[in-house]
Design a protein around this ligand. Sequence first.
Ligand SMILES: [Zn+2]
Length: 424
Amino acid sequence: MRKYSIFLCFLFIINAVSAQLEEARRITQTLCSKELHGRGYVNHGDSIAARFLEKEYSKIGLNYIKGHDSYFQSFAHNVVTFPGEMSVILNNDTLIPGVDFMVDPNSGSSNEIWNYISLRTDELFDQQLKERFLDSKRKITENVTGCVIDIRNIKGDSLKKMRLEIIPLLAQQLNVLVISDEKFTYSVGNEPYSYSLIYVKGYKFIGVSTIKTQIQARFKENYLSTNVIGTIPAIKKTKKTIVLTAHYDHLGKMGKNTYFPGANDNASGVAMLLELARYYAKNTVKYNLVFIAFAGEEAGLLGSGYFVQYPWLKLEDIEFLVNVDIMGSGEEGITVVNATKHSEKYQQLIDINSKENYVPIVKSRGPAANSDHYWFSERGVPAFFIYTMGPNKNYHDIYDTYENISFSKFIPISELLKKFINGL
Ligand SMILES: [Zn+2]
């Protein structure tokens, strides 16, 4: 009988865990679905995601923050989008977006067969030659509409200078095709170039004589994005609050048929945020808990920046903030940004983890401006940013899919976070 009840209890735990995981998978899969368009700015993908989160918050039973009559905090920002044509044809070879080529997030539009010149990188580094090129460019503008630069052989500071200074300068004057074998890593642009800027893999640029592109870029000014904010009050009335955050936006679309699913980054983190919300809805603690799904993180930490400027609660009432991103891995442990700044709290995480062995390592990292915790840290709010590490290296590309994340440490990490939060 005793054995039997232990068995039942064991079954119950297994079922609870698999239900939690199922729920995390459902949320991640929904956020990554085609219908949400990569949670960016084409077809209002981010707004669709916000409405989905609104439903989830209300299902869990999160309250509105006092003085507000919805979960939504909206803000305006400028953004470059690619809602339509996205074609690059070299000779007769139509390239695949995201695989063979990628546009720069700030690329302008084009719809033409290029009359192009090839530029050597050493010419572009030489100040005199550069000026001569730009002078002569003015003279040849009428017939030259583009240039090709091969950056495969430059490295280090030269590569940096090429990418950050020279190529952007060129893209303000003519179409630019850059041959590069680096991993494609996309982002969100908000300062469009006048002309198209395209990165093409070296294996596709062999014996090319004709370049034809059709790229539709659209600059949206004052686009409205929305933070989604809910709360669970403390057992006993208090001002003290713990804030838990995860960004839900991603990179959206690159043309009408290609989108960035952003499964690990950061559908998985939103799934973690909702897992914590579900848990604390049933297990209230001595602090108020505020849950924020931030918008516009990929566009430059915009949602969190706006929130800190127009906070819905006093920043000095925040005892601690935990921001989570990339929660789908963990096979190689987690990294804690700001660990060096809050070493006592970091030690608490280490202690909890060493008792239960949730993840192989809880790695320390110093302050970094790499996610939404940043603006809070700048204002003196104690905060950690936690992300997982593992073999899945699909980051800001079309391969960051639901199918490619393991969730192998999702439940252990959720336990670690709950114990950490409960001990604050
Ligand atoms: Zn992210």
